[in-house]
Design a protein around this ligand. Structure first.
Ligand SMILES: [Zn+2]
Length: 242
């Protein structure tokens, strides 16, 4: 006994719906959005890391300058009290001392200016950091919402496919043993569609015109067992006339 042509048409329709459902999921705009959000997120994270690195460098420089500045004021108060007490003795020594004091004062001033610059840069970077952090939080929340919506799309599609698969398996059970491996192999190779309808002389599996000879064979094939049905010369699918 063999399966009826009507049931093969029904199997082809179910295969088509299962494949279509998987394609819809793959082409889902939410899926696309999720991957775009992931790219955007890693870019923001990269920028945040750069800003954090900048802040770290400023903090390090500032703390080095603070220690230097402490040393300078200690040294200055030593030198200035020596100057006051007239410990220089010779004229030459007084000059050397005064010069040393002047150099230290200049360096202290330099440090003070640089510290001001650092503070300004620090404020800029901190503002940038805050901006990036809120951008990331916003991206996370959009990602989370989109993911939930996409997950429910997946669940919906899965339950639809489960229903279709139940119908399919009833029909597959009726396929003749000789045909089953051909069908399964073809279905795997053709992304879920082993059959192709032929309409107006065109194979809908590959959109290629079927030769008149093949068309005649096809028209006479409805009583053949499925393993004997003609296959498209272009896409190899089993041709069916709806
Ligand atoms: Zn074809």
């Amino acid at each position: 006994m063999t399966i009826s042509y009507e049931k093969l048409l029904e199997l082809a329709r179910l295969d088509d719906e299962v494949a279509h459902s998987a394609e819809l999921l793959l082409r889902s705009p939410k899926r696309k959005l999720l991957s775009e959000l992931e790219v955007e997120r890693s870019e923001s994270e990269r920028r945040l890391k750069v800003v954090d690195g900048g802040i770290g460098e400023l903090e390090e420089e500032s703390s080095e300058l603070s220690s230097e500045s402490e040393l300078i004021s200690k040294k200055l108060s030593e030198l200035e009290s020596a100057e006051k007490k007239g410990l220089g003795i010779s004229h030459r020594n007084v000059e050397v001392l005064a010069h040393e004091i002047e150099v230290l004062h200049n360096r202290a001033e330099e440090i003070e200016l640089r510290q001001l610059e650092i503070m300004e840069s620090f404020e800029d970077l901190s503002a940038k950091k805050e901006e990036l952090e809120s951008e990331l939080a916003e991206l996370d929340s959009v990602f989370q919402n989109t993911k939930e919506e996409h997950d429910s799309e997946v669940i919906g599609s899965r339950s639809l496919v489960e229903g279709l698969e139940k119908e399919r398996s009833d029909l597959v059970r009726e396929l003749p043993d000789e045909f089953l491996p051909i069908y399964n192999k073809l279905r795997n190779a053709k992304l879920g569609r082993a059959f192709a309808y032929v309409m107006k002389g065109v194979c809908l599996g590959c959109r290629v015109k079927v030769s008149p000879l093949e068309l005649t064979r096809l028209k006479q094939s409805k009583d053949l067992p499925p393993e004997m049905l003609p296959r498209c010369q272009e896409c190899d699918r089993i041709m069916l006339l709806p």
